[in-house]
Every structure is written in structure tokens, then in C-alpha cells.
Design a binder for this molecule. Structure first.
Ligand SMILES: [Zn+2]
Length: 464
């Protein structure tokens, strides 16, 4: 994935010369100094309150034009448009950041919460995930308002406080919007953090930016096998652990065939002219006609496998015997499934229970977040987001995709026409790989400024 020189793709960096990027970087640094880590019930309110105060103080025009609501630690900022009949635009980001991994503190060149800034970078936890987007969205709106540009369309900024943990804040804010009858044409939330090497999709030499219009589902299923224990000299019928292992094998062996969702079909269609390697090149000339073959081929490649399969990872095993000559009692295993958009928990449970038939092993779902709705490349906002990305990132193919993890965005499906998960900031793949949830998280001033330009242009073309 490395080797992409992102800066070679930056274009139109001369736009908005009167935007004070220096000050914008300092404001971001101040936001990074707020240690907004969510710890459930033990969460410290103070850093969140500091961040809220900072937002109010830093963006006077936004503050004057908008209503600020603190819903718990979550923040809802509504800048009313002059035409209330238009559906609004929702800009998302989360305030919370993941903690520094214990033991890695000394690996940080700058303290993760110092809010340090140098000639090149703004340093700190949250620089890429995702206070750059939170502050960048405010910078863009402030810029428009400073120039006397009043949005026709209402702009709502919704900043949850626990995306990295429970995502309860987003659920709460979305419910509030729904209750008020607020309807958004589209929303913008985080997605992939950097540019993608097109080789992943068979398009060698191309660089991609993806707009994620769905997300995979999440399902944990616990398998239980009953055991009586006892001496292992007569394991008639197999020990509970043996039966559990057989059951797991049966589930793995009966996994559904890989398939192409409508989104991945569109990804391949968009890239077809650039795919030179065979047999993919020939197959993608008729994506629908060759969907099964393309899916089977994609499933053999590590990077594409999660995009064409509902995956299963057997992650937990509990209850084995403590001695080699004693059979275990009850044992259990937990499988984590990641569901392709369009696949439900019922689909997975039907597969699992069919595989378990006659084994005596039971399956119980323990945690489930459904896959996202599949939005469309012709849906509201997609073309405008693609245009803004294309304007500032030269020779980059903007393609639809979906995220394999989860974000807050899914909570807003009921109030939103189309959900676009895409980060306007494009750091280097190395910065993304080491910084996000890792060490030395930082964003270059240049990357931050370019992302703000994307957001200003996007707002200019959609809300004015
Ligand atoms: Zn995030």
C-alpha cells in the first residue's frame, strides 16, 4: 500500500488564499490537547467541556449563526438555512479518541495530548481519527459565514462522544433529529483515511479515493457444547471440545459462496477501463454476467476478500480441560462474523444452525449491528463529494465502496437520504498506518489545509 506519493496528487492548493491555515492548524492543535477519551461510566467530562468551549470560542460566526446543544457529552450544532423547505446537510465527526496504547507512551515523539505543532505537522491523538474532520468541518462553515455567505440549506454538525466504544451518542443525536422531523439530503462521515493503490482492485498504476456508501454488519455468535467431563480413557462420542471443533469446521466448510454486492459491481465497473490483468480484465467487461467468477477470483486475494465475503473469524475458545487425561465439561467458542451489505443475522444464523444440525452444539447470537443500507452513486451528494475530491486530488479515481468496520453514520439512516463515508483529508499511507489508533498520530499542515478546501468547495456547491 505504501509508495503512493499523495502530495503529487494534490491540486488547486492556491484556492481560498484568504483562509488562515496557520490559525486553523493552531485551533486543531488546541482540540487535540483535549483528552476526550470515552471510558463509559468513568468518562471524565472536563476534556469534552473544554472541547465544546474551544469550538464556541474558535468559530465566532458559526457560534453566532447556530444553535449549540450539548446532549450529554454529544454536540449538536444547527446552522439554519434561509430556505427551511430544503432537506439539510449533516456533517458528522466524533469527539472521542482512542487512548494511547499502554507501553507505547515513550514511542511518541510528541506527547499525544500536548497539542504540539511544528513547521510541518500538527501532532496528537485524534489528528487523523477524527478531530481533523471535526474541526475542518467547522473551519469550512466558518469560512463561508465570514464571507457573508448564508447557507440556503440548513447545516447540522453532529459530533458524538463515544464512536470508538458504544456509539450511543450518535444513536441519541439521530433519535433527537428524527423526533424533530429533521431530514437530511445526505451526510458526510469518516471512511477510508488515505488514498488506495488501485492494484488492489486489479487497476495497476491507478490511485483511488473511495466513497463508502454502506458498511458491513457485525455479529458475534457463541457456540456451546455440553460435556460431562470424566476420564479420557473412554471418550465415547467425542469430548465436548472435539464436538465443538467439528461444529466449527462444519460451519467453515459450508460458508456461502462469495458474491458481488451492487456497490462492488459499481467499483469494478468504474475501474474496468483501467484493469489490465487477466482474467479480470475480460471478466469486468460484463460485471453482471460474470459476477460469480469475479467474486470467486476476488475472494482469493487478501485485500479484496472482505469485500466479497461475509467473513467468519473464530476468535474465542473457553472451557478446555486443565489436564490432558481429563475430558472438559461445557466448552464454548465465539465466532465474529462481518456481514456483507444485504446479509442479515438471520441469514448467518440459518447457515450456522444448518451446519450444526445433529451435532448437539447450539448457537446463540450475542452482539449484532446490522450491515448498513446500500446507498447509490446516483444518490444525493455523491456526485458533489466526488467532484470536490476530484478537484483537489488530481489523477485519482473516485470509486464507491463500503467500510469493513463500523462508524457512527449507520445510526442516522432513518433521517438521511444518503450516507457518504469519506474523509476529505488524505495523509500518506505511512502516516495513516502508524498513526490511526497507533503512535505518533499527526497530520501535516498541508494535508489539513487541503481537506479544508475540499469541505469549503463541497459546502459552496451544496448548501449555498
Ligand atoms: Zn474514527
Amino acid at each position: 500500500m505504501s509508495g503512493i506519493n499523495v502530495y503529487a496528487h494534490y491540486a488547486h492548493e492556491e484556492d481560498y488564499p484568504d483562509l488562515d491555515y496557520d490559525s486553523a492548524c493552531r485551533r486543531l492543535a488546541a482540540a487535540l490537547s483535549c483528552k476526550t477519551v470515552d471510558c463509559g461510566e468513568k468518562t471524565d467530562d472536563a476534556p469534552f467541556e473544554r472541547l465544546h468551549a474551544l469550538v464556541r470560542a474558535s468559530y465566532p460566526h458559526v457560534t453566532e449563526a447556530s444553535s449549540f446543544e450539548e446532549v450529554g457529552r454529544n454536540l449538536l450544532i444547527t446552522c439554519p438555512g434561509t430556505d427551511p423547505s430544503l432537506p439539510c446537510v449533516l456533517l458528522l465527526a466524533h469527539q472521542d479518541v482512542v487512548p494511547v496504547v499502554p507501553g507505547t507512551e515513550k514511542d511518541w515523539q510528541h506527547d499525544a495530548f500536548a497539542g504540539d505543532i511544528d513547521e510541518t505537522f500538527v501532532w496528537g491523538r485524534g489528528a487523523l481519527d477524527i478531530k481533523d474532520m471535526l474541526m475542518g468541518e467547522l473551519e469550512a462553515l466558518e469560512y463561508l459565514l465570514t464571507h457573508g455567505k448564508r447557507p440556503r440549506r440548513t447545516v447540522v454538525l453532529a459530533f458524538g462522544a463515544d464512536e470508538e466504544t458504544a456509539s450511543a451518542g450518535a444513536t441519541r443525536l439521530a433519535a433527537l433529529l428524527k423526533e424533530r422531523g429533521v431530514r437530511a439530503a445526505w451526510l458526510l462521515d469518516e471512511g477510508t483515511t488515505t488514498m488506495i493503490d488501485g492494484a488492489m482492485w486489479g487497476a495497476q498504476g491507478r490511485v483511488l479515493a473511495d466513497v463508502c456508501i454502506s458498511q458491513k454488519g457485525y455479529l458475534d455468535v457463541r457456540l456451546d457444547a455440553h460435556g460431562e467431563g470424566g476420564h479420557s480413557s473412554n471418550p465415547f462420542g467425542g469430548s465436548s471440545l472435539e464436538r465443538l471443533c467439528r461444529a466449527i469446521t462444519r460451519i467453515a466448510d459450508s460458508r456461502p459462496a462469495p458474491r458481488l454486492t451492487s456497490i462492488v459491481r459499481d467499483t469494478f465497473r468504474a475501474l474496468a477501463p483501467h484493469i489490465a490483468e487477466e482474467p479480470l480484465s475480460t471478466l469486468v467487461r460484463d460485471v453482471d454476467g460474470n459476477a460469480e467468477k469475479i467474486a470467486a477470483l476476488a475472494a482469493t486475494r487478501r485485500e479484496l476478500f472482505p469485500f466479497v465475503a461475509t467473513t467468519m473469524a473464530v476468535d474465542m475458545l473457553q472451557g478446555g480441560s486443565a489436564a490432558p487425561n481429563v475430558m472438559p465439561g461445557d466448552v464454548s467458542a465465539t465466532i465474529n462474523f462481518r456481514l456483507l451489505p444485504g446479509t442479515t443475522a438471520d441469514d448467518v444464523l440459518a447457515w450456522v444452525r444448518e451446519a450444526l444440525r445433529g451435532t448437539g452444539v447450539t448457537a446463540t447470537p450475542v452482539h449484532y449491528t446490522p450491515a448498513g443500507r446500500m446507498d447509490s452513486t446516483v444518490g444525493a451528494g455523491y456526485a458533489e463529494v466526488a467532484e470536490a475530491l476530484g478537484h483537489y486530488y488530481r489523477d485519482v479515481d473516485v470509486v464507491p465502496s463500503f467500510v469493513c468496520g463500523g462508524t457512527d453514520a449507520i445510526r442516522y439512516e432513518a433521517v438521511c437520504g444518503s450516507i457518504l463515508r469519506v474523509i476529505p483529508f488524505r495523509p500518506t499511507p505511512e502516516e495513516e498506518a502508524t498513526g490511526v489508533h497507533g503512535v505518533n498520530e499527526r497530520i501535516s499542515r498541508r494535508t489539513y489545509a487541503q481537506g479544508i478546501r475540499v469541505l469549503v468547495r463541497l459546502l459552496e456547491r451544496t448548501v449555498l
